[in-house]
Design a binder for this molecule. Structure first.
Ligand SMILES: Cc1cc2nc3c(=O)[nH]c(=O)nc-3n(C[C@H](O)[C@H](O)[C@H](O)COP(=O)(O)O)c2cc1C
Length: 174
């Protein structure tokens, strides 16, 4: 699959069979994340991989409805940042997320970005506080987002090249 085909094929997949993720595939997904560019090469990110079904169930309450798919996910990768390392940690962590999301698609796995930063858990805590408490994350680290991963049980259609919003491109000036 060439890169453009992969970019069009990648979709957010929120329904999974509940099967475990093949460990070699998971390893590749994590390494795709670790190969991300980062501002001044600071690499402020830390990844927490959760495969335990009970913890995944608890994590599915980290948002008010928007993280339900974690119940049936094969695993979740939470991307945290050391905020003191750089002022561009949100950008750096987003690239890690995007790399992993694309690698999952290229391996035939489903995945979905679950927003962590600036969001609330069902408990009334911030999603960040909820996840840090659940996973014993040290002080100074903040949650950017969670990637749910699973063997897909739904297959959204790829984006069409001729359906892309090309009117958003402004050439030479707006
Ligand atoms: C920054 C960001 C935050 C997102 N947050 C969530 C989320 O919390 N829950 C969810 O189900 N999907 C979330 N998504 C997935 C988007 O809803 C999805 O990318 C969008 O609807 C386009 O669909 P596609 O990914 O299939 O092209 C998020 C995506 C991004 C990039």
């Amino acid at each position: 699959m060439d890169l453009m085909e992969l970019l069009l094929t990648r979709r957010s997949v929120r329904k999974y069979t509940g099967e475990r993720i093949d460990s070699q595939k998971l390893d590749l997904i994590l390494k795709a994340g670790l190969s991300a560019a980062s501002g001044r090469n600071r690499k402020p990110w830390e990844l927490v991989v959760v495969s335990d079904r009970e913890v995944l169930e608890r994590l599915s309450h980290c948002r008010d409805g928007a993280a339900r798919m974690l119940k049936d996910a094969g695993c979740a990768v939470l991307v945290f940042a050391d905020m003191d390392r750089t002022d561009v940690w949100t950008e750096d962590c987003s690239i890690v997320m995007s790399n992993m999301h694309l690698m999952a698609a290229s391996l035939g796995l489903g995945s979905c970005w679950i927003q962590g930063r600036l969001r609330m858990a069902e408990s009334g805590e911030t999603t960040d506080a909820f996840c840090r408490r659940l996973l014993s994350v040290p002080e100074g680290f903040a949650l950017e987002a969670i990637l749910s991963l699973g063997v897909p049980a739904e297959f959204p259609a790829p984006h069409a090249m001729d359906g892309l919003p090309v009117d958003k491109i402004h050439r030479e000036s707006w």
